[in-house]
Write a protein that binds this ligand. Structure first.
Ligand SMILES: Cc1ncc(COP(=O)(O)O)c(C=O)c1O
Length: 414
């Protein structure tokens, strides 16, 4: 067995892997440059007078097979826009997995809703169905299932339970662009779908987002107006309801359009490298990888796996340090702790000292996050390992990563 890099040996990977943080890991090129120049030359940079945001919205709606797609400034904005569209208001409970980006939770709070945290599966970190159903109350108005790391959650069952209880389903697809469940794209199975185009995402414009729905005006207001100051653009300075300005610019759309046209090629590349790593890791005793059922396609936003701590002579954090030293960009789990344990939520640091919306007069429940405990999520944060993924990774890179992880885990295996 060769000496581990943390003990002074040579790293298993002695070259730079493609990185999501720069052009080595992102598929951005001549098409994007051409369209950005077109926008600059036109002098029409904004969504209202420009053409690119409208073109992107049309392409996105057509690809998803929905009638409405509204581009916005980021993923958090897409979720907030969706909740405005769904008429979520003060004191309404919105169920949300306790492992996701904080943006999912912030969107609920911005709309004066109350996040109710649901436990997750310890390996996939997708929402636990039984815990979701258990936590529905008469105050629940919506649920935000999140498709973590590119793998669809059990969305059909979530929609079934939610609709039986009269809840609106806002799918958070910020990590799962064009992943499928029983042949349908995520985001089209619930009532509203939300996406992010932030740097790490399958399609990036630096920042950006999209909201989709079918049958616009389902909840009495047009989706487009929910991220546009409630302003019907065919009327001069008219505003129907309270809504922020979450416009995407035409420059962002110009960068996203060519990536959308190439998305299937890039998803296939992510799938090949992701599945190759899974095959390598499944050969190591004590490693738990996500099972991808026949009904789902995984789009590998990230690669998350877990270890069985009883199979190793050292703790998870030391294993991560040792793997990192072998040349991998790996961290211990996606989140260090479930979201309800973050200080600003525990101490209700929001809307000055009022504690609103968690302590709002309209809310009859108790939103004391110091009392919340989701045991599976707590465990997931202790045993997980997380790597950001990208479309430039190949099967060969994955084999090298698999061998590096194997080198470390075999060394520390009991
Ligand atoms: C699952 C999930 N939801 C919401 C967001 C928020 O998106 P943004 O960072 O574009 O606001 C992200 C982005 O990281 C995400 O991964």
């Amino acid at each position: 067995m060769s000496t581990l890099a943390i003990h002074g040996g040579s790293p298993a990977i002695n070259y730079q892997l493609p990185d999501w943080n720069d052009i080595t890991g992102r598929d951005i090129g001549e098409e994007e440059k051409k369209l950005v120049l077109e926008v600059l030359d036109s002098g029409r940079l904004g969504m209202v007078c420009g053409v690119k945001v409208k073109e992107l919205q049309k392409m996105w709606a057509e690809k998803c097979g929905v009638d409405t797609a509204v581009a916005v400034s980021n993923g958090t904005a897409s979720l907030h826009t969706a909740l405005i569209y769904a008429c979520i208001g003060a004191g309404d409970e919105v169920l949300v997995p306790c492992i996701t980006d904080m943006g999912t939770v912030i969107a609920i709070l911005l709309q004066n809703g109350v996040p109710v945290f649901v436990d997750v599966d310890p390996v996939t970190q997708n929402m636990d169905l039984a815990d979701f159903e258990r936590k529905i109350t008469k105050r629940s108005k919506a649920v935000i299932p999140v498709h973590m790391f590119g793998l669809p959650c059990e969305i059909e069952e979530v929609v079934d339970v939610a609709h039986r209880h009269g809840l609106i389903v806002v799918e958070d697809c910020c990590q799962a662009h064009f992943a499928t469940y029983k042949g349908k794209y995520v985001g089209t199975i619930g009532d509203i779908g939300c996406f992010s185009f932030q740097q790490t995402k399958h399609i990036t414009a630096g920042e950006g987002g999209m909201v989709i729905t079918n049958g616009d005006k389902k909840y009495s207001r047009e989706l487009q107006l929910c991220g546009d100051k409630g302003w019907p653009r065919n009327k001069y300075r008219e505003h129907y309801f309270l809504a922020p300005n979450y416009h995407m610019t035409d420059l962002q759309a110009a960068v996203a359009i060519p990536q959308l046209a190439r998305i299937e090629k890039n998803l296939e590349a992510r799938r090949v490298s992701g599945e190759t790593l899974t095959n390598c890791l499944n050969e190591i005793d004590g490693v738990l990888t996500a099972k991808v059922s026949k009904e789902k396609t995984h789009t590998y936003f990230a690669y998350q796996f877990a270890i069985d701590p009883d199979k190793f002579t050292t703790d998870r954090d030391t294993l991560v340090k040792a793997i990192k030293a072998e040349g991998l960009d790996i961290i211990p789990s996606y989140l260090p702790k479930p979201l309800y344990r973050y200080d600003f939520l525990q101490k209700t640091v929001m809307y000055n000292s009022t504690g609103c919306p968690l302590k709002c007069g309209y809310y009859e429940g108790k939103a004391d996050y110091t009392k919340v405990n989701c045991p599976k999520a707590e465990y997931a944060c202790k045993v997980g390992m997380f790597m950001q993924w990208n479309e430039k990774l190949t099967a060969e890179h994955s084999k090298d990563m698999g061998n590096a992880i194997k080198k470390v885990l075999e060394y520390y295996h009991i």
